[in-house]
Design a protein around this ligand. Structure first.
Ligand code: RP5
Length: 164
């Protein structure tokens, strides 16, 4: 199975990123985690991106806050799918990172999830890997069914309490 690369701009992003790591672990998808910064360690970020396809990665998740250029810098150096997670920061509540991540020039896409949306970044990475993996696709279907069953149970509880 293809691996997912998880890159974050700082270890201060890890508490958010861990929610995505858990999703990948639950699906049994192999992954690597690194701290590479577009600004502080640009050579490491570039080298990872350029070699990721030949090293067996199928998608890359990039998390960064503030002037969040990491996902875009990675996307500039690979044609693997790149998923950006804008990380919330104190000054602008994540709007700074959201705009920095999502507003990419034509030809260099970054699939940007919600501010602090690490779980959905991992679900999307799983869906990308599942394009070529029928067993993983079955796990995704099972997870969707479990998700629906949980919501239906909550609906039943609310209806039971209020609808007489
Ligand atoms: C970004 O700056 C990082 O991704 C992090 O979200 C933010 C702050 O980094 P630290 O100063 O906490 O290392 O590059």
């Amino acid at each position: 199975m293809k691996k997912v690369g998880i890159i974050m701009g700082s270890d201060s992003d890890l508490p958010v990123v861990e929610k995505g790591i858990k999703v990948l672990e639950d699906y049994g998808i192999p992954f690597e985690v690194h701290v590479f910064s577009a600004h502080r360690t640009p050579e490491e970020a570039r080298d990872f991106s350029r070699s990721a396809r030949e090293k067996g990665f199928g998608a890359i998740i990039a998390a960064a806050g503030m002037a969040a250029h990491l996902a875009g810098a990675i996307a500039a150096n690979t044609t693997l799918p790149v998923i950006g997670i804008p990380i919330k920061s104190a000054a602008f509540g994540g709007l700074d990172a959201l705009l920095s991540t999502v507003q990419m020039p034509s030809g260099i896409p970054v699939a940007t999830v919600a501010v602090d949306g690490a779980a959905n970044a991992a679900h999307l990475a799983a869906q990308i890997i599942a394009v070529g993996d029928a067993g993983l696709a079955e796990k995704l279907d099972a997870a969707r069914a479990k998700n629906s069953a949980g919501v239906l149970a909550k609906n039943a509880a609310v209806e039971e309490k209020y609808n007489h």
